[in-house]
Ligand binder design. Structure first.
Ligand SMILES: [Zn+2]
Length: 124
């Protein structure tokens, strides 16, 4: 995504990482699954180091020269992406937009109180 149209007429720019107007939501119902995936990654790394078992990801072997950081990054962020919902805040009107994967469209929420600016920033 590059420019997301808000209902106020503004276009939300999404062209880089570390945006203060973008975030992700993980449904509480999937916290246990996320913990299970993290455990799976750690156990997989231990087996890989101890027994030289070939690690796979999505059915494909992970290169033998991949570092632990590479493996954790590949598996965690892919899983995170599969369970999380992308969220943006319009910097013009403060609306929150959440991408609804099932409906293939944005769902809009308007702020109902003061002080909602930059709510997705790491500094808020
Ligand atoms: Zn807006």
């Amino acid at each position: 995504m590059a420019k997301i149209p808000c209902t106020c007429g503004n276009r939300i720019i999404d062209i880089s990482d570390n945006l203060p107007t973008k975030g992700a939501i993980i449904p509480n119902q999937l916290y246990d699954d996320l913990q299970g995936k993290l455990d799976e990654i750690v156990i997989g790394l231990k087996k890989h180091r101890e027994n030289k078992e070939i690690l796979t990801f999505n059915g494909r072997p992970i290169p033998a020269n991949a570092t632990d950081e590479d493996i954790i990054g590949i598996t965690f962020f892919s899983y995170h992406g599969s369970i999380s919902k992308e969220i943006w805040q319009c910097n013009a009107c403060g609306r929150i937009l959440i991408w609804h994967k099932g409906k293939e469209r944005f769902i809009f929420f308007s702020p109902d109180s003061e002080g909602s600016e930059n709510i997705l920033s790491k500094d808020t």
